[in-house]
Design a binder for this molecule. Structure first.
Ligand SMILES: Cc1cc2nc3c(=O)[nH]c(=O)nc-3n(C[C@H](O)[C@H](O)[C@H](O)COP(=O)(O)OP(=O)(O)OC[C@H]3O[C@@H](n4cnc5c(N)ncnc54)[C@H](O)[C@@H]3O)c2cc1C
Length: 360
């Protein structure tokens, strides 16, 4: 028997206008649902990000969005190769054959995604912060804009509000959601670097990954550490830059920007009842590379499919998990792999990747 719903302002309220929120909004609005996206930042919000998107990921993104990623959202150089460096250093590292990566400008990329969702009818409310929700049918969502509180109602709520999700915190109080802290610094700098995304693997700098990405005339260096890890972010970053100076002649002059944020690290929470979690809020980010844009878009798309096809049934979470479970399993298996890696394992990982790819 069809359920009877009370009248609500929107079919779906999405908290967060990053990639996962926009993909959710785009999918739901395309299926004819009314959608409001609540975003605490403004239209040009700057998310700490390396802005790299593997070529294969762009196929996924373009398949879901239905359009090619426009050249106007690319950074310079817009195409990068992939270069891995193991603990023993540059002599045993190298460029991975046949691997291409998009170098994107995250501010412009996210705006493009929001514009695409807007073009099919999703409504965006900027500078508006999610505060709390209550009830189930409809869900009453309390938001705050310019210090003023307002309540909006919807049949479904989607937490796309990132790694430190407020929706998740309220929905699943006390559930662990561990993170890897990631620091990145943008430098006016020079060095012996090709147009590549460089992935560095060594316990001296990170239990997970460190990276360098060319951005125009500047270089972005970053790495992840677990909270309370020794060495901490600051000393790990110093060691990393010393390594880059010794082996790649890195010379820094002026720091343009320093950011510290986090990625999910070892959890998956899909949601509860008619509240779904997507992207970082759900824990979907690659723990070995920090790649999360694609997984955010894929999970947002899966959430929209579950919402539009399961709206009349009680099996929303089941339908969502069925669709997104493969991504969650992949993230879980990479997490287990990273947890068990020592430097010998990192050496083998890089050597295997270089050999495997060169067979293509
Ligand atoms: C330093 C760093 C570098 C990274 N580099 C890469 C990379 O190169 N490539 C890659 O693929 N991934 C990268 N990632 C991961 C990637 O950025 C995330 O996985 C991705 O942004 C997740 O998208 P999302 O939409 O789930 O969350 P987010 O992009 O974090 O978006 C969440 C949105 O929710 C909003 N929000 C939060 N709380 C509220 C609230 N209470 N009310 C209203 N709005 C709210 C935020 O303002 C934000 O716009 C990196 C991560 C870090 C930390």
């Amino acid at each position: 028997m069809a359920r009877c719903y009370l009248i609500s302002d929107f079919d779906v309220i999405v908290i967060g206008g990053g990639p996962s929120g926009s993909a959710t909004a785009l999918g739901c609005a395309s299926a004819g649902m009314s959608v409001m996206v609540v975003e605490k930042g403004d239209e040009l919000r700057d998310k700490p990000c390396g802005g790299v998107l593997p070529w294969v990921a762009s196929d996924t993104v373009e398949g879901i969005i239905g359009k090619e990623i426009p050249s106007s959202v690319m950074a310079d150089p817009n195409e990068l190769g992939l270069y891995y460096v193991p603990p023993s250093g540059r002599r045993n590292g190298g460029r991975v054959a046949g691997y291409k990566i998009h170098n994107i400008d995250r501010i412009l990329f996210d705006k493009w995604l929001r514009d695409e969702a807007g073009s099919v009818g999703a409504e965006f409310r900027y500078n508006t912060k999610f505060v709390e929700f209550e009830g189930t049918d409809p869900i009453k969502v309390k938001v705050e804009q310019d210090g003023e509180a307002r309540t909006i109602t919807s049949r479904f709520l989607v937490g796309a509000d990132g790694v430190r999700s407020d929706v998740r915190a309220q929905l699943l109080p006390g559930q662990p959601a561990p993170v890897l802290l990631v620091a990145q610094e943008l430098w006016e700098a020079s060095g012996d670097f090709e147009d590549c995304f460089y992935g560095f693997f060594s316990s001296r700098v990170s239990s997970s990954y460190a990276y360098l990405i060319p951005k125009g005339q500047q270089l972005l260096v970053g790495l992840g550490v677990q909270p309370k890890q020794d060495p901490d972010l600051t000393s790990a970053m110093s060691t990393f830059k010393e390594w880059l100076a010794a082996e790649f002649a890195l010379r820094t002059s002026e720091m343009v920007k320093r950011e510290v944020w986090a990625i999910p690290y070892g959890f998956f929470h899909p949601g509860l009842g008619n509240v779904l979690l997507v992207g970082d809020a759900a824990g979907l980010c690659n723990p070995l590379s920090g790649e999360g844009i694609r997984l955010g878009i894929e999970s947002g798309d899966a959430a929209s499919t579950a919402i539009s096809s399961e709206a009349e049934s009680s099996s929303l979470i089941g339908a969502y998990v069925k669709d997104v479970g493969g991504i969650a399993e992949f993230v879980g298996s990479v997490y287990d792999f990273v947890q068990n890696l020592d430097d010998q394992g990192r050496e083998k990982f890089v050597s295997d990747e270089l050999n495997r790819r060169s067979q293509f």
